[in-house]
Design a protein around this ligand. Structure first.
Ligand SMILES: [Zn+2]
Length: 502
């Protein structure tokens, strides 16, 4: 049990690297470690304990699958436990390798996957490790044939992920300045294969890169591309989902987005702490054995991917995305989707507040907050306009330049370096309320939702906790970050060799 949503990594070194001899917070003062010892147990012994609890019935979401009504206790059953917890500082190992870029060696694309597993970990993470290793082999073959990436590719095998994203977090805290100055995107692959269906999370500026890669890889059984199948599923859900009839112009706008990232894998430090554009790729399915001892080769060979064809597919997907990210002359960012994705996510927060307001009775002591969204909405419009204009400039540059002739390597490098920083604009060094390690003002895991994301975390928390002062504080901070991102998009569109004068 850990408080991942307050800060991952070594709990003794929040925000700085855990290296030999580094300053550490004493165990007694740690804030992100549970004071209640906990141990997962099987349902047999759990049933013996749970069935003997009396007291109130648990809230709906807490009722589990055992055939009796769950109660909160306390008692009447009492048990005696003898607990031995082993807290120690031990070394872990990340394995990092670099393929130097030829034209823009100081810009880096990082591909990461963790190597440690709870038990056998055939899916989590070994399917991802297999894919990353196969991809590395393919790169090595390509390099023997003369291929070299334009930008530097960094391949990372993280350790200690399951214990709180230790390896990636500490590495990134250790190399924070380099990452801020060099890394253009982080692509994560964790549980690469738990089934056949594409699943993609990430920031919306990487949407086109991911969709294009997924559009170039065929599902081995269905003969359609991974993207087509994903889009079919999304379209189905959208067609049958709730319909907002207040805006007739939007009724037929199908605009599928990557899932927003929450936490639970190694992209967390890159996106939420350092503001690196990040994505997470996987093929998923009926994965009933997650984090259990049954996530083993037997399950993989008998139920999930007997011929290892989905492993090969995942490798193609990641390899293609990585090669394009490292080799495209202009990094394949597209920014118009950013404001549209954020608008959808803001709608969800607004809807949540509306539901709370409907539920509230006039006599309730705690009333829902009164939210004025106008300024965030205006900033999103500004971001949308700037993104659309920059995308047009990028397309024009790729089509041969507006002022005649393709952009020079120097102009391309300048544009890539500048686009790299757009995500940084959404970082505020003061961080989120009560959890300053998380510094991205529109992307974070929920405080109490496990891995699930809470887009617009500051105002979401204000809505959840009915904290008017928090809303009034957080909304202007979000607005400022969105406006900063918009202004950096406009500055890029005006660069030499893109939309600007040459
Ligand atoms: Zn994992």
């Amino acid at each position: 049990v850990q408080f991942l949503s307050y800060g991952p990594g070594d709990p003794g070194t929040p925000g700085w690297a855990s290296t030999k001899g580094s300053k550490r917070i004493a165990y007694e003062k740690l804030e992100t470690i549970s004071r209640i010892p906990s141990l997962p147990i099987g349902y047999g012994p759990a049933g013996e304990l749970l069935s003997r609890l009396a007291g109130q019935e648990v809230p709906g979401g807490w009722q589990g699958g055992l055939p009796f009504a769950y109660h909160t206790g306390p008692g009447p059953v009492e048990i005696e436990m003898s607990v031995e917890m082993d807290y120690a500082v031990r070394p872990i190992w990340n394995v990092i390798t670099r393929i130097p870029g030829t034209v823009e060696p100081d810009l880096e694309v990082v591909i990461g996957n963790h190597r440690d597993a709870w038990t056998y970990g055939a899916v989590d993470p070994n399917s991802g490790t297999a894919a990353v290793l196969e991809m590395a082999k393919a790169f090595s073959e390509a390099m023997k044939e003369g291929w070299k990436p334009r930008r530097t590719l960094v391949l990372a095998s993280w350790d200690g992920e399951e214990y709180g994203l230790l390896g990636s977090t500490e590495w990134a805290e250790h190399h924070a300045d380099e990452i801020r100055n060099r890394v253009i995107a982080y692509l994560n692959m964790d549980s690469a294969v738990s089934g056949p269906d594409l699943g993609v999370g990430g920031v919306a500026s990487l949407r086109n890169l991911i969709f294009a890669a997924a559009g170039s890889v065929l599902d081995p059984r269905k003969g359609k591309s991974l993207y087509e199948l994903w889009e079919d599923r999304r379209r189905d859900a959208w067609a049958n989902g709730p319909i907002d009839r207040s805006d007739p112009a939007k009724l037929l706008d199908f605009d599928p987005q990557l899932d927003p990232l929450g936490s639970g894998s190694d992209y967390t430090v890159f996106l939420d702490h350092l503001g690196v554009a990040s994505a997470d790729l996987r093929l998923s399915g009926r994965y009933g054995v997650y984090h259990s001892t049954y996530d083993d080769l037997y399950w993989m060979e008998h139920f999930c991917d007997p011929e290892m064809i989905h492993h090969a597919t995942a490798t193609r997907l990641l390899g293609l995305a990585a090669m394009r990210a490292a080799s495209a002359e202009l990094f394949p960012f597209r920014f118009a989707p950013v404001a549209r994705a954020l608008r959808q996510q803001l709608d969800d927060v607004q809807l949540l507040l509306l539901r709370k307001a409907r539920k509230a009775k006039p006599a309730d002591k705690k009333q829902p907050i009164r939210a004025d969204w106008a300024r965030i909405e205006k900033a999103l419009e500004e971001l949308g306009d700037a993104g659309t204009a920059l995308d047009a400039a990028l397309d024009a540059a790729l089509a041969g330049g507006r002022a005649g002739g393709p952009p020079s390597d120097a102009a391309l490098r300048a544009a890539n370096a500048a686009m790299r920083e757009v995500e940084h604009r959404l970082i505020d060094p003061e961080g989120l309320p009560g959890r300053t390690w998380f510094r991205h003002l529109v992307s974070a895991p929920g405080l109490s939702t496990g891995y699930a994301p809470w887009p617009f975390p500051g105002v979401r928390q204000a809505v959840e906790e009915a904290d008017q002062a928090m809303f009034d504080r957080e909304a202007p901070r979000i607005e400022a970050r969105l406006r900063a991102a918009a202004s950096s998009l406009r500055a890029i569109a005006a660069l030499d060799g893109l939309g600007g004068e040459r």
